[in-house]
Design a protein around this ligand. Structure first.
Ligand code: PLP
Length: 387
């Protein structure tokens, strides 16, 4: 039998990390000691008190059944309390929060609730690929908003043409941003809410990195007046508590949008394992010292890498948040040249900026997911490369 894929699957761009991973594996096979600064997956383990909580919860037979629905009310209340504490925003646990199987799941499925064939989805680029994946799977049309240094990596909402706005259904924004590490000021969200109201476009704010910051705490989109009228915010426990493998996050905000996402989920999956939800409650309601400790570690790594690259003549700034360093490549090179050179000549893996969108050309992304001593080793190797 000939297996024929549908057009949507064929339309998906090749997965960025596959080629990088192939080259990385080939280098490892040849005996190279690879330093991986490519994928944004924390290297540190989940804190012990969260693991212990799972150990206990998993023993309870009530947790062995289908979870269903928007998540345990106790989980949604924990989210609501955490939100109040962190952002001073009130959330009704009954209808303004829905648990997700990782925020990626909700980010990839929100389109199913709102996008009809031909509808436009406004997507930042460079950016997280899932905003576009959901668009393709619903026969939507992506309109990419470049994130440029001269605009502080904020999308230029005024530059979006009227005919695009007429057909636009959802706008994605992501701050602290992956990959540029930029944060958004409150004024941006004020403008965004006005824009969303005027054009009747749903705001989907991706706040996966809200707790990874080095100075000022990033603001939430929902902190700004009127936000709940127009949108939702996606949160993740993955980066905050080193829980990428656990698959839990949530969406919160406008109750009608939350209800629509919940409806899609009711028909697709049967919820997040309740023992994982209970461990997440422990994460959100216990001391946040573990998050403070993680920030301190990322800051040491950030300073080591940015200081070191700066000394080697690279044009690179301290990121205010996230665990990425968005570095301009040496003059005269393209992103892919530099990724290739770093791999071939220094056994270092990083991500080409243009792999996450055309405007990322001229940059590479380093993830701060190795120790300071490995970062120093990486810098030592980079210092020996002839440009
Ligand atoms: C890591 C990441 C997510 C998703 O994380 P989950 O593990 O699915 O919760 C979402 N958005 C961005 C920008 C990310 O980098």
């Amino acid at each position: 039998m000939e297996i024929r894929y549908n057009e949507k699957l064929k339309k998906l761009p090749p997965y960025l990390f596959i080629e990088i991973d192939r080259k990385k594996k080939a280098a490892i096979d040849k005996g190279a000691d690879i330093i991986s600064l490519g994928v944004g997956d924390p290297d540190m383990p989940t804190p012990e008190h969260i693991i212990e909580s799972l150990r206990e919860s998993v023993k309870n037979p009530a947790n062995h059944q289908y979870p269903f629905g928007a998540g345990l009310i106790s989980f949604r209340r924990a989210v609501s309390r955490w939100y109040k504490e962190r952002f001073n925003v009130g959330l009704n646990a009954e209808n303004e929060v829905c648990a997700l199987i990782g925020s990626k799941e909700g980010i990839g499925h929100i389109h199913l609730a709102f996008v009809n064939p031909g509808d436009i989805v406004l997507i930042p680029e460079p950016g997280y690929p899932v905003y576009n994946t959901g668009t393709i799977f619903t026969d939507g049309v992506p309109y990419f908003m470049p994130l440029l240094e001269k605009n502080k990596y904020l999308p230029d909402l005024d530059a979006i043409p009227d005919d695009v706005l007429k057909k636009a259904k959802i706008i994605f924004v992501n701050y602290p941003n992956n990959p540029t590490a930029a944060t958004a000021p409150k004024e941006f969200y004020v403008k965004l809410i006005e824009f969303a109201k005027k054009n009747n476009i749903i705001v989907a704010a991706d706040a996966a990195y809200s707790e990874i910051y080095y100075g000022e705490k990033p603001v939430s989109f929902l902190e700004v007046e009127g936000a709940k009228d127009v949108g939702v915010e996606f949160h993740s426990l993955s980066k905050t508590y080193n829980m990428t493998g656990w698959r839990i996050g949530w969406v919160c905000g406008n109750k009608d949008i939350v209800a629509a996402i919940t409806k899609v989920k009711d028909n697709y999956d049967s919820g997040v394992f309740q023992a994982v939800q209970e461990a997440a409650i422990t994460a959100l309601t216990s001391s946040q010292q573990c998050v403070e400790d993680a920030r301190k570690i990322y800051k040491e790594r950030r300073d080591a890498l940015v200081d070191g690259l700066g000394k080697l003549g690279w044009d690179v700034k301290y990121p205010p948040a996230s665990f990425y360093v968005w570095a301009k490549v040496p003059k005269g090179y393209k992103s892919s040249d530099v990724v290739g050179k770093l791999l071939d000549e220094a056994a270092i893996v990083c991500t080409p900026g243009n792999g996450m969108g055309a405007s990322g050309e001229g940059y590479v992304r380093f993830a701060l997911t190795v120790s300071v001593s490995r970062i120093k080793e990486a810098l030592e190797r980079i210092s020996k490369i002839k440009w």
